[in-house]
Ligand binder design. Sequence first.
Ligand code: NAI
Length: 703
Amino acid sequence: MTAQYQVQGDVAIISLNNPPVNGLGYDTRIGITNGLEQANADAAVKAIVLTGAGKAFSGGADIREFNSPKAMQEPTLLSVILALENSAKPVVAAVHSVAMGGGLELALGCHYRIAAPGAKIALPEVKLGLIPGAGGTVRLPRVLGAEMALNLIVKGDPVNSEVLAGLPGQKLFDKLAASPESLLQEAVALAKEVAAKHADGSALPLVRKLPCKHPQGDAYFQFARNMVAGMSRNFPAPVKCVDAVENATKYKFDDALAKEREIFLALMQTPECKALRHVFAAERAASKIPDVGPEVQPREIKKVAVIGAGTMGGGITMNFLNAGIPVTMLEMKQEALNRGVEVMSKNYEAQVKKGKLKQDKYEQRMALLKTTLSYDDLKEADLIIEAVFEELGVKEQVFKKLDEVAKPGAILASNTSTLDVDKIAAFTKRPQDVVGMHFFSPANVMKLLEVVRGAKTAKDVLATVMQIAKKIKKTAVVSGVCDGFIGNRMIEQYSRQAGFLIEEGATPAQVDKAIEKFGFAMGPFRMGDLAGNDIGWAIRKRRYVEKPDMKYSKTADLLCELGRFGQKTGAGWYDYQPGKRDAIPSKLVEDMVAKHRQDLGITPRTISDQEIVQRLVYSLVNEGARILEDGIASKASDIDMVYLTGYGFPLWRGGPMQYASQVGLFNVAESMKRFARNPLDDAQFWQPAALITKLAAEGKTFG
Ligand code: NAI
């Protein structure tokens, strides 16, 4: 049973006890209804307190039950809430720490509510593409007013209990406890008080009985709907939150409740909701490495060192300073150190100017930073991250030196984006302590961290890096060693397709627009102009030597030969006006591509936006499937996390692998085979990966 029952004097206390957050799984729900029955049957009990053991009142639905029949098994949360309302003896909810989603709905079903200060109160369902489904949209407006409730429901963010308790006219909390420690005692006292008050048999208060009106309902909800629709274009749930709260003001309680349920169930079936729930699970799954269990003890990281104070070194350092972890930054020359520190200071100062960072916080952070030119100063570092030039020879020097000076057990990480982590590990006598930590630029902003697991990387090193990633607020995904790791290995195929598409007849602007309409933050050509087309050029030059058979469109090389590296040179795939970032389609590029087609004897054809999107996205999917086959990623959802957090893949589509699963792998494979028949494309690449063929034949998805 995941709820405890005890009696204190004449008050029964039901404590949810389903760690970590008292999720309202089947057993917990049964625990509550059993407790209610027991209390109501016991003549010595006059009132009931409902609370949560441990670190939460309740975090809501039990995510471990998602997609299982138990989630809907009676008593459902709606039935539990009905049982609370129908209890003949008053029920007082004692809310502390966290009351979210179903947890808050549960409290709203109680007759009285007392909250500890500092409790996080939220209805976060909208973040999963849903609306609250157990009365939240019907009850919260009755206790907070329609506008405040809608605000909470449509944003889904937690608000502190004392803030809500302080709102004029609010009926959410009958009382605010003096402290979390005194909550239970005060709840029991309140229970006794209300038991005495209702000893005469007077009706117990129910939120459902409270009025729910908005004086200018039509105008207000129309305004809210327009505003929300504008802000959440690709997400259906937020507008439905408006509908549901409006229903609460227009219909009788039970009718509005039934409508809430209808909306909830309909949203559950939308691709956006499926994608968001997938992402929610994928995010949690990413931190779990199949063969690194909870028994693996992470190493302690108290001090960090970063080698190289360039673009990446500075950003990486800021992550640790932000988390309160001291960093020693090493460079070859004092000027390089000075430059690095200046860039970081400027970055922080800009945040201070914008009001995003307090001056004293900025000073605290910078005080954690030490700089040095001497490896002797790295002796105490528990984690050393190298971010020097991308040349194996330079990495060799650095890692040999680190091997000499680093203390035993120190983790030696490389931020390399293309080099072989196993080769880097072999420069040391402790390859078990070497790992890749591939940050993305700007490293202090981008969420993604690819953790590159070398052949010899120790399990506790991985566990440590995953743990520290959380501390610096990164989404860490483990990748095996291969060229480009997960993200860049896939993006290369995507870039190749972009090149073929313009060779065959599309314009850069058409390709960009099509994929941006699909939801990417930026199309491949605008992206190239932003990042610098010379980066891809350098990679391709290497590829032409390593893989002479690999087919590339030469258009990007021709562009670079013209010196059009992108925004930094004032021209790239697009033209740019001085000081502006607006991408203007370029006549010169158009002519360059036309001439190139002529040279190759290609007659341009009209390419549909659908073909553009499919070729770009499915190229990611096919390479992603091969990455799974090769064991570079351990699960498809990891690949989705890489693309969502590092490459601007649209969140509401859940990542490339999830998207392909939703389209249906049979359909995806059929398209791939069609592309393979295009003589101007790469027939070999478009053979569907064996994994796709297999899953499609079995009617399965990547999930
Ligand atoms: P950068 O050129 O901006 O910075 C490199 C810094 O390392 C320079 O300040 C240089 O003085 C210093 N350095 C070079 N050799 C050194 C040595 N032996 N000892 C100490 N310091 C040394 O380069 P960036 O862009 O920061 O790249 C660094 C690493 O991060 C490379 O491995 C790169 O592939 C990787 N990376 C870069 C990304 C990017 O977008 N720039 C993204 C992800 C990884």
